[in-house]
Design a protein around this ligand. Structure first.
Ligand code: C2E
Ligand code: CA
Ligand code: CA
Length: 579
């Protein structure tokens, strides 16, 4: 009954019970025959299951036309009181299992789908955030490539781009101004307040400059304490000066660095496109030149003019550093002996200035003096040279037989305070005026003869000796020469150097010697490089000689050896020692 009910409810499709030999003992459908392998296995204790079709065997033997529905066939030992008594052969409908599997698969598909969707959403999210981060990094890199990291201002390359764009469309009526702003004495601020405060100062000034620009104008940091400005399409130089002067005032507004009130000044130079140049490099270089003129003459803002170019930017840049260099003791002196041909001994030393530049190495006067002589800086330079030279003189020659020659630039000779400067240094260093020779170039005298004569007379009265340097190269009127309180003529080395090869120059040398002697001066020849020159000068009765043959300019430390070499050479006509 129970089997029939199960079959009626389709929970069981067929049920058979077999004895241990496989014979059917009971079958719900009344089957009586048919031994099965599986039943034998079950009779031995195994549970055998198989998915098959109902009546599969009958179909195979063509006893039925069609196979029945899919079923699970189960053979299971029947156990009673611990003994196998037979085999249960059971056919269960496969449809609910199939439905279950289908349902499971559907669930799996849904879960898998949702999972994949979630994964996809995650990946989208990750990739979006990564690419956002990458884009941000790219933007930062692009910004850094075009901006100065300290001030966030456009840098030199961005400046060049913007300037080039503004220059391209500039016309003579609506020119574009390219300007350079350089802070005055920033190095000193930096050195005394420290680099961190120096940086802070630059950041503050950059913010100020940036906030006071007109639309379309550009301000950039070109490097160090130098800023560049592009003012596109101004209405001429007047407007450029006006805008730049305002920027200069902006810089000069007091600021507070580390609790310290500070005022910074700036010098500005500018050039206009297209009149002063049509490419960024030229305009920048000219703005730079104008800026140095502004700095030198304390003019604030200067428009470039062609005649500014005589101060080439490199030398002007050096001059801007020279003030600090004098204070930081970066200058040094080399000395070159002046030898007397009559006594065959060194009688004086000439001090020649050099600059031990921290970046450029040892600089000779041509590199920085011509530009420095255009500025007031040459005054402290001359004072430094005199002080140092006289101190060294006392160390080198305590007996006081040698004189010290110092070169004085034209600018000093026409300055009334110069006499006081010299006398003060003499007093400070305890130097007798008679031991001092001031070498003044001929050209210095021509510039302002009356003023020069006055200064020289005062110095001469104080006992200082005056030498006219580079004589023959300028155009001193001979009559005027006689009126000056001169002790020495120094023949320009170009004549001396060529006197062996060029008879006319030899004649000039001989004439200058005679002229000097007639006026009561000592005559010195500089540029004595060979023994032939020395012999000729000696024949012409020249008094004093100086040149590489005898000694090259050298440091105070090496001087005593050089001096004795010179004396030995003059006495014995010995060959000079290689330098
Ligand atoms: P200077 O006064 O005519 O000095 C002579 C220059 O000729 C020096 O060059 C010296 O090194 C070089 N010289 C010496 N013997 C020979 C030689 O046998 N052959 C050749 N070819 N040259 C020789 P330096 O030191 O380069 O100085 C150049 C100029 O710079 C000086 O010319 C002087 O006018 C100026 N100078 C040097 N020191 C000072 C200074 O302290 N103050 C000022 N105001 N000017 C200075
Ligand atoms: Ca000289
Ligand atoms: Ca000379």
């Amino acid at each position: 009954r129970s089997v029939r009910q199960s079959v009626a409810e389709h929970r069981v499709l067929r049920l058979r019970i077999r004895d241990l030999d496989g014979r059917i003992v009971y079958a719900d459908d009344g089957t009586t025959s048919g031994v099965d392998d599986n039943s034998t296995k079950a009779a031995r204790g195994a549970v055998v299951t198989e998915i098959t079709r109902l009546d599969a065997d009958a179909f195979a033997e063509r006893k039925v036309a069609r196979p029945g529905p899919r079923v699970v066939e189960v053979y299971e030992p029947l156990v009673s009181a611990g003994h196998r008594v037979g085999v249960l052969e059971l056919y269960l409908p496969y449809a609910p299992i199939a439905a279950d599997i289908a349902q499971g698969q559907r669930m799996l598909a849904i879960v898998l789908g949702c999972g994949l969707l979630a994964l996809w959403l995650c990946l989208i999210g990750i990739s979006a955030s990564t690419s956002r981060r990458l884009r941000r990094q790219v933007a930062i890199n692009a910004f850094l490539a075009e901006h100065d990291p300290l001030t966030n201002m456009p840098n030199r390359s961005q400046f060049a781009h913007r300037a080039a764009a503004a220059i391209a469309d500039a016309t003579a009526d609506r020119p574009t101004a390219v300007a350079v702003i350089d802070l005055d004495r920033f190095k000193i601020v930096n050195d005394t307040l420290g680099h961190r405060n120096g940086d802070q100062l630059l950041v503050t000034l950059a913010e100020r400059l940036g906030s006071r620009l007109r639309d379309g104008d550009t301000v950039a940091r070109l490097g160090g304490d130098e800023f560049g400005v592009v003012l596109p399409f101004v209405h001429g130089p007047g407007e450029a000066v006006e805008v730049l002067t305002r920027l200069r005032q902006v810089v000069a507004e007091p600021l507070d660095i580390d609790g310290l009130p500070l005022a910074v000044e700036a010098s500005i130079g500018f050039a206009l496109a297209p009149d002063d140049g049509t490419d960024v490099d030229t305009l920048l270089q000219r703005a730079d030149v104008a800026m140095y003129v502004a700095k030198r003459d304390h003019l604030g803002t200067v428009h470039y003019r062609a005649d500014h170019d005589q101060y080439d930017a490199g030398a002007l840049r050096l001059v801007a550093e020279l003030g600090a260099a004098i204070e930081c003791n970066e200058l040094l002196l080399h000395y070159q002996p002046k030898a007397d041909l009559h006594s065959e001994s060194v009688t004086a030393l000439e001090a020649l200035v050099r600059w031990n530049h921290p970046e450029r190495g040892l600089l000779y006067p041509d590199a920085f003096l011509p530009a420095a002589e255009q500025t007031e800086l040459v005054e402290p330079l001359t004072r430094w040279v005199m002080r140092q030279a006289f101190r060294d003189l006392h160390e080198l020659d305590p007996q006081g037989t040698l004189a010290m020659a110092v070169n004085v630039s034209a600018r000093s000779v026409t300055r009334p305070e110069f006499v006081e400067d010299v006398l003060r240094v003499l007093e400070e260093t305890g130097t007798a005026p008679e031991r001092v020779i001031l070498e003044i170039t001929e050209t210095a005298l021509v510039a302002d003869p009356a003023r020069a004569a006055q200064t020289l007379s005062l110095l001469h009265d104080a006992g200082v000796r005056i030498s006219i340097d580079d004589f023959g190269a300028g155009q001193t009127s001979l009559g005027y020469l006689a009126a000056l309180p001169i002790t020495e003529l120094k023949i320009d080395k170009t004549f001396v150097l060529s006197m062996v090869d060029d008879e006319r120059n030899a004649a000039i040398v001989r004439s200058v010697i005679e002229l000097g002697h007639s006026l009561g001066f000592t005559v010195t020849a500089e540029g004595v490089e060979t023994t032939q020159i020395l012999d000729r000068l000696s024949d012409a009765c020249c008094d004093t000689v100086q040149g590489y043959l005898l000694a090259r300019p050298t440091t105070a430390v090496r001087l005593p050896a050089a001096i004795s070499d010179v004396a030995r050479m003059l006495r014995h006509g010995a060959r000079p020692l290689p330098d």
